[in-house]
Design a protein around this ligand. Structure first.
Ligand code: XMP
Length: 325
């Protein structure tokens, strides 16, 4: 398959078009792969999940999925990968909980780019170690999509944390590389993946690592994960998941004084970020109803150990980037 999308290629907007694409790709993949084995790093993000589902349909157990949990996933995400792929789709899935490896390496590291490098480098190491244990793998599948090809001018190079070692000697299988994101989602739905997976917001490769600001500790990372889960639940309930492009919590490495149960209670602030954008190059701030902000504040401060304040970040991009680090 060439890397250029033909002008005649119709935009995939309906289940019918998605099914036609799936049928065509199933044939192509079978022709390419034959009876050989294919390896896929399955992050649980939209692109790798759709590729996994497509390849399971095409070649079943010849696909070996490896899910590396770096300990920086949002609440419930690794569990969902296991539930959907192992339990429901009966995939050949290797789950690696590498939380301790990542968090031990990150201990005491406060500098954002250094954190990114550690996470990216360790991811490759873990994946590489796992790959070398497997026998007879001939192909590597990747969730490359068309914008990745169009933007592979280096601008987003630092984003490709899931990038794999260059010396891996595998032929690539990239069935969705000519699709735009919206088309990948339509194809994912046609393949039967749950909406919560297919409509997922963008999530940085280094995950909560760049939202647990400064040097990461397990207690603050846990607080961040729980607060983030509450934010997502409340946005879902209010229908904001359909209108807000990206929303999350960041927790800085600082404490303020508060009062809880009539006692002094020092805790971290949880900072809400909720932005809209089309291309992530610039972003505007969503108007969130005050009543909802009050509710989220009440829940986070009551339910999350270690958090004693909730702040709402009103800064557009530019001047603020979407992430805090
Ligand atoms: P910024 O913070 O640069 O974010 O305004 C723009 C978009 O990119 C995502 N982002 C990342 N994605 N690895 C990724 O895969 C990263 O290191 C990374 N940093 C930011 C961010 O979530 C937003 O959608």
């Amino acid at each position: 398959m060439s890397n250029v999308r033909p002008e005649t290629m119709e935009r995939i907007t309906t289940p019918e078009l998605a099914n036609a694409f799936i049928d065509e790709q199933v044939k192509e993949v079978r022709a390419q792969v034959g009876d050989k084995k294919v390896l896929l790093a399955l992050s649980g993000g939209v692109d790798s999940s759709v590729v996994a589902a497509l390849l399971i349909k095409a070649i079943g157990k010849q696909l070996v999925c490896v899910h590396v949990n770096h300990g920086l996933m949002r609440k419930g995400e690794s569990e969902q990968v296991i539930e959907v792929f192992k339990n429901q789709l009966d995939a050949n899935l290797i789950y690696i909980d590498a939380t301790d490896r990542f968090l031990d390496l990150l201990a005491g590291v406060a500098e954002p780019e250094k954190k990114r490098k550690i996470i990216g480098g360790e991811f490759i190491k873990v994946f590489d170690e796992e790959a070398s244990k497997l026998e007879g793998i001939s192909f590597l599948a990747q969730g490359t999509i068309y914008p990745d090809i169009l933007e592979s001018d280096g601008v987003k190079a630092h984003h490709n944390v899931g990038g794999l070692p260059e010396d891996m000697q595998f032929e690539l299988v990239e069935p969705v590389k000519l699709l735009y994101k919206d088309e990948v989602r339509v194809v994912g739905k046609a393949l039967g993946l749950p909406a919560s997976m297919v409509d997922r917001q963008p999530f940085p490769g280094p995950g909560l690592g760049v939202r647990c600001l400064g040097s990461i500790t397990r207690d603050r990372l846990n607080a961040l994960r729980e607060a983030d889960a509450i934010l997502r639940e409340e946005f879902d309930n209010a229908g904001l998941n359909k209108t807000v492009w990206q929303y999350f919590i960041a927790v800085p490495d600082m404490k303020s004084v508060g009062v809880k149960d009539s006692k002094r209670y020092e805790g971290w602030p949880a900072i809400i970020r909720a932005v809209n954008t089309t291309d992530a190059m610039s972003a505007t701030i969503e108007e969130i109803p005050y009543a909802l902000l009050h509710k989220i504040t009440a829940r986070i401060t009551a339910e999350v150990d270690g958090i004693n304040r909730v702040l709402y970040d009103l800064t557009p991009k530019p001047i603020g980037t979407i992430e805090w680090e």
